[in-house]
Design a protein around this ligand. Structure first.
Ligand code: SF4
Ligand code: SF4
Length: 304
């Protein structure tokens, strides 16, 4: 496939975020692809789970001016209160255009590879100065394998450092095809106990762990990223499991613990999705204790 053909491939994203500093080295542009086969109880990107497009409504930004209700019957103004009847929403976005406060937005859009790469190139200078680049995340980006492949190939062809953040939940051939173009895989490990992995994420962890081992053995540069949620996987047994993996996979960049945060619940509510349970975010001291424990068990801890 030549560059022109690659650039014409279309996929669905829900965000392109600039100046990210937590998605790999340096300053990065992170492209979030829609769709995910997992259902993590704590999902931090609920807008990325479904491949569907959503209308997001932030009630706290709403002035109750009625402009949206004047252009679309899905918006109801009753007794000074604004509600959205989602079954009547066509997702055409007429309401978004007339809202004076950006209380409304459409989450999810179809975009070509050429357009995404154009966005990424806007900050090329910052990548060079900071050792950054582009990160493809989600959702699970490997859920759109042709689009992801074209994105990493076209981005790499521009001389930009490429990272892919993945849960590992896709056929290995998808990852194998990406290998020549990806500088770093940010590979999630959400739970090392198989039964609990299924309980916390809805999927078996065998395929994910097999993919991790195969990628490691194929020479990929991998940072293992592990969300830790108090009350779920902040257990010694899990930290020991991560240390065991770290020792079995000596070429990992390291094991990075990511502390749970609460931002997701408000996002779900804005899109009319089921709101997840909330957990108590850990203090910096607790996170430091987790890292110390992991290190004591013999893991190669990565603490950015
Ligand atoms: S147009 Fe915006 S600010 Fe006005 S009622 Fe609708 S959501 Fe609220
Ligand atoms: S893998 Fe990520 S996007 Fe998918 S459900 Fe889990 S946290 Fe959410």
């Amino acid at each position: 496939m030549n560059t022109e053909q690659l650039n014409e491939i279309t996929g669905r994203v829900f965000n392109i975020q600039f100046f990210c500093v937590h998605d790999g080295t340096g300053i990065r542009t992170t492209v979030f692809l829609k769709g995910c086969p997992l259902r993590c109880l704590w999902c931090h990107n609920p807008e990325g789970i479904s491949k569907d497009v959503h209308l997001s409504f932030s009630e706290n930004k709403c002035l109750r001016c009625g402009a949206c209700a004047a252009v679309c019957a899905a918006h109801k103004m009753t007794d000074g209160r604004h509600t959205v009847e989602r079954s009547e929403c066509t997702l055409k976005g007429d309401c978004v255009k007339v809202c004076p406060t950006e209380a409304l937005s459409i989450v999810g859009r179809d975009i070509t590879v050429g357009e995404v790469v154009g966005e990424i190139l806007r900050d090329k200078k910052f990548y060079a100065d900071s050792g950054g680049g582009a990160t493809f995340s989600g959702g699970e980006p490997a859920m759109q394998p042709e689009f992801l492949f074209a994105l990493v190939k076209a981005t790499k062809a521009e001389g930009i450092n490429v990272a892919v953040e993945t849960s590992g939940c896709a056929p290995y051939r998808v990852y194998e095809s990406l290998l020549p173009y990806v500088d770093t895989f940010l590979f999630d490990c959400k739970e090392t106990n198989p039964e609990l992995h299924k309980k916390f994420t809805g999927v078996d962890n065998k395929l994910l762990t097999d993919n991790l081992r195969k990628l490691h053995d194929a020479g990929a540069s991998i940072l293992l990223r592990c969300p830790i949620v108090p009350g779920l996987n902040d257990r010694d047994e899990h930290f020991q499991g991560l240390a065991k993996l770290s020792k079995e996979l000596p070429n990992l960049i390291g094991v990075e613990l990511l502390a749970y945060h609460k931002l997701a619940a408000s996002k779900s509510g804005r899109m009319g999705l089921a709101v997840q349970d909330e957990y108590e975010p850990p203090s910096p001291e607790v996170k430091a204790e987790w890292n110390a424990k992991l290190e004591a068990y013999g893991a190669n801890v990565f603490d950015a």
